[in-house]
Design a protein around this ligand. Sequence first.
Ligand code: IVH
Length: 668
Amino acid sequence: MQTRYNDLVAKINQWDYEYYVLDNPSVADAEYDQVFRQLLEMEADNPELITPESPSQRVGAKPIDEFRKIEHTVKMLSLANAFSLEETFGFFEKAAKELELSPASLELFSEPKLDGLAISIHYEKGLLSYAATRGDGQVGEDVTHTIRTVKSVPLKLAIPNPPEKLDVRGEVFMPKAAFEKINRQAVQNDSKVFVNPRNAAAGTIRQMNPKIAAERDLQFIPYGLGEYEGEQQFTRHSEILAYLHRLGFRKNPHCYAFLGSFEAFEKNYQVMEQTREKLPMQIDGIVYKVDSLELQTALGFIARSPKWAVARKFPAENMVTQLLSVDFQVGRTGVLTPVARLEPVFVGGVTVSNATLHNMDEIERLGLGIGDSIEIQRAGDVIPKVVKVVATGTHRAPIVMPVRCPVCDAAVERTEGQAAFRCTGGLTCAAQGAERIKHYASRRFMNITNLGTKLIELLYSKGCLNTIADIYSLKLSDIADLEGQGEKSAQNVLASIDASKSTKLGTFLGALGIHEVGEEGAKSIAKYFKNLDAIAHASFEDLMQVPDIGPVMATNVVNFFKDEKNQAIIAKIIGAGVCWEDEANEPVKQQRLAGQTWVLTGTLQQMPRNEAKALLESLGAKVAGSVSKKTTCVVAGQDAGSKLANAQALGIKVLDETEFLAEFKLAD
Ligand code: IVH
């Protein structure tokens, strides 16, 4: 069994190596998955077999709760920068002079400067032991839990006699394609978009939860060694890189060995400038290093950087252009985002004619007007940004937020305290339409199993589904006539719409997609008010009484139900037969303690504290842990202390246990 287990581990590790390090897979996904499943089953049945290098052990079980500090045995240095050919050549001219050599006889090595995060990975006897960020160069943070999830980082070195100790130094980064993918997802989920791949990599490595890191496709490429105790000796930097590749690490693409003449630097830079756009990862320059380790030692360091290496940075990709106009785009949740339309300019290898302006606060901060000459920057970011106004335009026009939604003509409003302006069109705004319907039908909410996102988009684009209410008037032919659908699948869709009609109040409320009112918020509101009518007529103050509901949610709920179009849609849905059990069928008024906050303190003799709490909550009260001005009443048992004193100081009503039981007719 042990042999079979070792074989499975070795086999999957080899496949991972071929896929993630060599970019040369040798096995079909299905076979890979099948063997991986066998390994997982074997480990589940025989947990004693599990080894740290097993591919199942990349994602550790638990998230960490803080980053431990790790001291680097060999300091992690940084690099001096050069911004022109002259500066780069000058750097090595000086080094050559110190070595009493001519620059043109200096053997150099060039590597792409990967735009990510410096990491040191420590191996003990060939096994990954820990990984740390650079930190201040001396002490970094322990990120072993996320680095282990990076598939191009071997958990075990791929040679028979690994070194006793080894620090592999390199860059962890997010390839361009992976970056675009997570940002597409972020846009879909309305969550934070990363500005560039470096931030995305840093944010991922500094995740507490390794599961999240494992879902993002990070890569690691080494560029040197830290601590090293091994048999193999090196005379050149390029030998070290070749050795690291033999140990199972990826190779940095487009490295060149050359002699340090001015012309050679020039040629190298031209080649790299052209290669840059085609590379799968973002690079922000070229690192030039003296290849001989002996000469490196002879040159040594100055401050925190070596005298044998320099980073030639690509120039910042800034250009000046004119702001022609500003459009407002309406997103899924109704937020209006200003987008700058620009006189097209060529920057960072592409022609740019749009830039994001984020929100009106940003426009104000920049002091931007239509017709201005502006500087834009594209520093590896997907969407260029406006850096500053260079010159104000002669026929300048101010940028104004429209008062009506450009898509549905509903009023635009700003929620107090927020930067965003929103369309109030809600369920009727087409910009929010398809996404709202997807949200409504999704598994978490109405769970209309056969009405998937693709189908919703199709029906929406054909005009068969404009609002969520239209789901219930879909005809068999609306679906059956679509490409790729038949009568049978159309029947299934209609059947699943029917089956979804019986739901819960909280689920339905969440399905409506009221901004900021998620699954939990909707449940709390439903639990508190018990029926839709009460929610629809609740005031801001009423909603503020609901546990966990703040002013933003309360405002959004009030505005949503105030809107006649939304009312009509809801009426239509209910008319179509969507229903839920009226939670306890109790109107709000019967809740004797609705809106009150009670505090229990001291020891109750006749009733356990949790029962008293449950009783109060069942009558609609909120039970709080501390006394404040908002407290309605304090129940003071024996040995009540500071809470009782506080209540007395604030003049709040206090009941002792007997009075409390009498109040609710619970006394014998
Ligand atoms: S060599 C002692 N090589 O750039 C020199 N660094 O600005 C150690 N970097 O902290 C660095 N690609 O994170 C080296 N091919 C490369 C690199 C590289 C990216 C990063 C590294 C370093 C930073 C310095």
